[in-house]
Design a protein. Sequence first.
Length: 157
Amino acid sequence: MAATPGPSRIRVRIVRPDDARGLVPLFEAFYGAYFGGRVTETSVAGRLRQAANHETVIVAEVGERIAGFASLRVTDSLDPAPYAELTDLFVETEARRLGVASRLVKYVEGIARERGASHLVVLTGQKNTEAQAFYRSAGYEEYAVAMRKSLKVAETR
Ligand SMILES: CC(C)(COP(=O)(O)OP(=O)(O)OC[C@H]1O[C@@H](n2cnc3c(N)ncnc32)[C@H](O)[C@@H]1OP(=O)(O)O)[C@@H](O)C(=O)NCCC(=O)NCCS
């Protein structure tokens, strides 16, 4: 990326189907082997369709290119307010520390609030100190211990 853009050159919006091509390098960099197949315009378009019922994907453009994305899940639950989770967040290396993630997260928070959520939850890696620093700077606090279990080995019920 050439010159350092001011915040006004960062535009944030809901993803469109024709963003698939621009998202390929970002998905490659962020998901890598976890994507589970080749990252191509077609496969990214397929994943965007797959996620569409349950996730809202947001992109950030810096100039003419997509430099970051985020995804939000808001689901009704037994709680009075829906559960909202920022499920993914990525900014390409060349566009970091310009405020791109901050803009994405503000936008996501606005959507979650509009849909009635009272909090926005994010899970990030224990070793991902950069992301943790970012979330703290954006006002997030640790509030739980995340645990998980592989479901690949079948167990009898
Ligand atoms: C974490 C990430 C999304 C931050 O994106 P970004 O666009 O660079 O963040 P911003 O420019 O909006 O940063 C805002 C503030 O967060 C903090 N921050 C961001 N990155 C930081 C870092 N690497 N180290 C320390 N603080 C950081 C700073 O306070 C920063 O303000 P400053 O630049 O004025 O000091 C980006 O580094 C990234 O994509 N990392 C890899 C993917 C990832 O880990 N995603 C999260 C998975 S849940």
